[in-house]
Design a protein. Structure first.
Length: 431
């Protein structure tokens, strides 16, 4: 199989957890390399749903699961997630490892996230209010970031925390006019309590991954969020604060780029988006509402209804380019079962000119009119199909056309929410 990066090609919610779960079966280790509990990956086995936010999807397969150095981690959220998973009967703690270089989300990060969004009014980004942006801001400021490994030295952690809290309280009161300030001593006690729970999981995870690769084992790198939310390549400023693209896997896990053998891009058979930002193929009508209901398009993390629209190949071409995609995993194909005609966006018209790849600038995207190619639907259920040839001819044509127009072959298809409702077209992605 080799070492594989599995990333989202749209604005998230593509079904990455499902795809990671399939490839994790033959992997020795699964690694989350960026983001925090703003992510939401779901794996369904029978009647059991596993909702994952910080913990890699490989935990469902009981594989060593690493929270990489590129992540920002809220220890309170992590412990709740562990407890929730353990309540289902799943073993978690023996398989979970945390990079000591990963940064922590602190209580003041959540407060500042909310204060900033409220202050921006109609111009707000539409964050998940999980403190992700403020935590990454502190990381890159180099003066206010606190790492998981800092909990190992209580005196060092306390001294830094007191100085940081003083600065944050000044921002909260003087910039935002709030009186809801923080007490460094209370936070110190709270986080040492978390350390008592997670301290044994903290490791040199980059060393663990390197050792697995030296042994010739297969590693799955699990991206959160998605390409169009990437801080550099997404719909800036309506993006996340990390690098969900394939290049981020090397930095966020602590491996060299040559350690990665393949990149699989997960693409929903239509498009959805949560929060603000441009979305050229959005359907703000009854059809969009119908897709939302058929696909149960509500955020795993936030519960917010997702905006829905037709598949946008301009987005997918950009994802193929910036990630170096080797394969596509097409999910939620069954949601299109009832449509007689299925438009696919093959280009945009912007200022009278045709554009085939998603533009870099939001102000250009806002002027984009989608150019559609209408493909015939199959108008029959495909939930029981278990190989490609069993799919209706028009479903196969849909997949072939998408692959042809993007220039990337399909390696997997999902036709339902169950683990078993998966068609794997390439049993082993070889080195």
């Amino acid at each position: 199989m080799g070492s594989i990066v599995i990333i989202g090609t749209q604005w998230g919610d593509e079904g990455k957890g499902r795809v990671v779960d399939v490839y994790a079966a033959n992997a020795s280790t699964v690694v989350r390399y960026q983001g925090g509990d703003n992510a939401g990956h779901t794996v369904k086995i029978g009647e059991q749903h596993y909702a994952l936010h910080l913990i890699p999807s490989g935990i469902v397969r009981q594989k060593p699961s690493i929270l990489g150095n590129g992540m920002v981690i809220n220890p309170k959220s992590l412990l709740k997630e562990i407890t929730d998973l353990e309540a289902t009967g799943l073993e978690v703690r023996p398989y979970l490892f945390i990079a000591e270089e990963a940064h922590m989300i602190m209580p003041y990060h959540l407060a500042l996230d909310g204060l900033s969004e409220r202050a921006m009014g109609d111009g707000k980004i539409g964050t998940t209010l999980k403190g992700i942006g403020p935590a990454y801001t502190d990381k890159f400021s180099r003066t206010h970031g606190l790492r998981i490994g800092d909990l190992r030295n209580a005196a060092y952690f306390r001294a830094r925390l007191e100085a940081i809290v003083a600065d944050k309280n000044a921002i909260i009161t003087k910039l935002y006019g709030s009186t809801d300030t923080f007490d460094a001593g209370a936070i110190f006690d709270e986080y040492l309590g978390y350390y008592a729970e997670i301290g044994g999981m903290i490791r040199d995870t980059a060393g663990m991954i390197a050792a697995a690769l030296r042994r010739g084992e297969d590693v799955v790198f699990e991206g959160a969020n998605a390409t169009m939310l990437d801080i550099d390549h997404g719909t800036y400023p309506f993006v996340t604060c990390s690098t969900p693209t394939a290049g981020g896997a090397a930095v966020g896990a602590g491996v060299g780029p040559t350690a990665i053998d393949h990149v699989i891009g997960v693409v929903k058979a239509y498009t959805s988006r949560v929060g603000a930002g441009p979305f050229p193929t959005e359907l703000p009508d009854a059809t969009g509402d119908r897709i939302r209901e058929l696909g149960h398009e509500y955020g795993t993390t936030t519960g917010r209804p997702r905006r829905c629209g037709w598949l946008d190949l301009c987005v997918l071409r950009k994802a193929a380019r910036v990630n170096g995609l080797d394969y596509l995993a097409v999910t939620h194909l069954d949601i299109l079962d009832e449509f007689a005609d299925i438009p696919v966006c093959v280009g945009y018209e912007i200022d009278g000119a045709r554009v085939d790849v998603f533009p870099a600038n939001v102000w250009e995207v806002e002027k984009a009119t989608p150019i559609y190619e209408v493909l015939p639907g199959w108008r029959q259920p495909i939930a029981d199909c278990r190989d490609f040839d069993a799919l209706p001819v028009n479903a196969r044509r849909y997949l072939h056309r998408v692959s042809e127009l993007v220039g990337v072959p399909v390696c997997m298809i999902t036709v339902g929410s169950e683990r078993s409702q998966t068609i794997v077209m390439r049993e082993a992605v070889t080195r």
